[in-house]
Structures are given as structure tokens and as C-alpha cells.
Design a protein around this ligand. Structure first.
Ligand code: DAH
Length: 339
């Protein structure tokens, strides 16, 4: 019996020492200490041992069991630690590696310019509104004093959906929508996309953006228009900016003008940027034609108003000194992120 126990002990310890995986240790445990294990078998055969020998042998069995259990436990812990260490080594984080950068977009120069224009007018009490891009001929032309046979219709040829429905050529159509709401006074700024049947070149595109302004109230005069737009120019291009109004013709305003600003590059002396003139044209404007007010249901005896409209791309091109409008539509991030 003693030899048998001794043999079991030696074998178990040797097997434990030779185990290189937790599963193998488990196998050893089952084979020796398990229900059908070798040591359990010895216990079961105690009944064959002489009674006086039993306590001694019993003690030996217990000692052997304890020793094997301890050895198993130690081996298991050691192995678990080794597995954990290997895992940590494999998962090591190199804090010196440069972090992955999230590439986030950049606001488009037209968006930046629009936000600047909106900021200035909102500061003067204007409300920003939107009108539809698909428009009825009535809103785009007729109600703006451009009847079917008017030559202005040729200058603003556009894309027709039907004979009567078209892509708007100017944000001026928004003026009509605002006036038709019948809420007075009006102080609105209407930015948006417009369309014209134009070929693409450095200064033209079949789709571009305008910003429209309209004020309708009692006692609005041309000096309100002048003062407002002069202040706008100073805020946008700098305190020293001067403005000049040249008489012009728009069917929906009377009188009408185009506004020039002193060249912010040369201060008005003349340079390559302003083509030597010292002035740069930035918008069209005028007093709202009484007929336009009347067509939209506003009493032109009581109310007067002024309107203005400008190309947003033109403002962005001027502000950022970009010389080709096409660059604004290519959306090349290397270009866009400069602004
Ligand atoms: N709608 C005109 C255009 O596209 C610009 C314009 C001129 C708008 C005078 C106005 C204005 O409101 O008063 O050429």
C-alpha cells in the first residue's frame, strides 16, 4: 500500500510538472483525485487493510492527497499568471504613437460669407427667410414687374419645368412671398440658390446664390436705403469703405441703382484688383416700385420700401481674393481649408 501511494504521489507530481496547459492540469486532477481517480481507488480499498494499519494508511492517503492538491494549485496559479502576463505583453499600448486624426470638414467660403452678411443684417433687425427654388413664372417675373414680353426675361433665361413653372433666376421672388403674407412692416433677408441658363466660366455658373433684402414700412426713403447699405459695406469690408450709387434700371424698383464700394485692396486709388477704377460693384438696389407693392396687396400711398440683391459668390470671391468662381464648386478640401 505504501509503495502504491508513493508511486501515485511521484507520478502525479511528475505529471503536474510536465503540464503546459490548464487543461492538462485538470486532467491530472481528474485522473488522480476524481471519483474514479487512482487515489480515490486506494481509499475505496481501505477495507482490505488490516484494521490496526488503517489509521496510518489513512493518514498517508490524506497527506498524499494534500500534497498533490497543493502542487496542483500552485501549478495552476503559476500558469494563470503566465497566461495573463503573455496577454498583457501582446496588448501593450505604445503611447508614443501619433493619434489617429479625425478629418472633419471645413465651412465653405460661401457659407462663411453668408454668415457674415446675415450677422450684419440681423444686427440691424432683419429676419432671415427662405423662398422656393422651384417657382411660378408669376413670382419670378410677373409680380416683379416683368411681364411676358419684357426684355429682362431674355437676360435671365432659365430652366423651365413647364411653361409656367421654372427654376428661379433671382431671390427677388422671395420679396413677393413676404409681401403676400400681409404682415407689415417687413425687414427681411432672403439668401438662396438661383439658376440661369448660362455657360460655366470664371464668373458664370448655371447655379449660384444670391442674398435678397427687402424693407417695407411707412416713411421709408432712399436715404434709409443709402444709410443701411453704406453701413453694411463698412461692416463687411472695413470702416474706411466708401460707397457710390450709380443709376441703373431694374423693373421692380424705381429709382434703381447699383452700389459700388471703394476697392479694399488699394483704398480707391486703382489697382489690378479693381481694374484701375478704385471701385468695385457689389449689388443692385432701389425703391420698391409702387406697382410691385400694389400687386402684392400693399397700399403704396401709405407704405414705401427699398430692396437690394447681391451675388453671394461675388462677395466670397472679393472677400477672399479668389479669381475663379469655379474653384468654389469643385469642393477640393485643399482649396476650401484655406479660408
Ligand atoms: N434680382 C436682381 C438680379 O438678379 C438683383 C436686384 C437688383 C435685386 C435690385 C433687388 C434690387 O432687390 O432692388 O440681377
Amino acid at each position: 500500500m505504501r509503495e502504491k501511494l508513493e508511486k501515485i504521489r511521484e507520478q502525479a507530481l511528475a505529471q503536474i510538472a510536465a503540464s503546459d496547459a490548464l487543461e492538462k492540469l485538470n486532467e491530472v486532477r481528474v485522473n488522480i483525485l476524481g471519483k474514479k481517480g487512482e487515489l480515490t481507488a486506494v481509499l475505496k480499498s481501505m477495507k482490505d487493510v488490516a484494521p490496526e494499519e488503517r489509521p496510518k494508511i489513512g493518514q498517508m492517503v490524506n497527506e498524499t492527497r494534500e500534497e498533490i492538491e497543493k502542487s496542483l494549485e500552485a501549478a495552476m496559479k503559476k500558469m494563470e499568471r503566465a497566461v495573463r502576463e503573455a496577454k498583457m505583453k501582446a496588448e501593450v499600448i505604445d503611447v508614443t504613437l501619433p493619434a489617429k486624426k479625425n478629418i472633419i470638414g471645413h465651412r465653405h467660403p460661401c457659407t462663411i460669407a453668408l454668415e457674415e452678411v446675415e450677422r450684419i443684417f440681423v444686427g440691424m433687425g432683419y429676419e432671415v427667410v427662405e423662398g422656393p427654388e422651384v417657382e411660378k413664372d408669376y413670382y419670378n417675373f410677373e409680380a416683379l414687374n416683368i411681364p411676358a414680353d419684357h426684355p429682362a426675361k431674355d437676360e435671365q433665361d432659365t430652366f423651365y419645368i413647364t411653361g409656367d413653372i421654372l427654376l428661379r433666376t433671382q431671390t427677388s421672388s422671395t420679396q413677393i412671398h413676404e409681401m403676400e403674407k400681409g404682415r407689415l412692416p417687413i425687414r427681411m433677408l432672403a439668401p438662396g440658390r438661383v439658376f440661369r441658363s448660362d455657360e460655366v466660366d470664371a464668373t458664370h455658373s448655371p447655379s449660384f446664390h444670391q442674398v435678397e433684402g427687402l424693407v417695407v414700412d411707412k416713411n421709408i426713403t432712399f436715404s434709409d436705403l443709402k444709410g443701411t447699405l453704406a453701413e453694411y459695406a463698412r461692416e463687411l469690408f472695413g470702416e474706411e469703405t466708401k460707397v457710390k450709387f450709380r443709376p441703373h434700371h431694374f423693373p421692380f424698383t424705381e429709382p434703381s441703382a447699383e452700389m459700388d464700394v471703394t476697392c479694399f485692396k488699394c483704398g480707391g486709388n486703382g489697382c489690378r484688383f479693381c481694374k484701375g477704377s478704385g471701385w468695385i460693384e457689389i449689388l443692385g438696389c432701389g425703391m420698391v416700385h409702387p406697382h410691385v407693392l400694389e400687386m402684392s396687396g400693399i397700399d403704396s400711398e401709405t407704405y414705401t420700401g427699398f430692396a437690394f440683391g447681391m451675388g453671394l459668390e461675388r462677395i466670397a470671391l472679393l472677400k477672399y481674393e479668389i479669381d475663379d468662381m469655379r474653384l468654389l464648386y469643385e469642393n477640393d478640401v485643399r482649396f476650401l481649408k484655406q479660408f
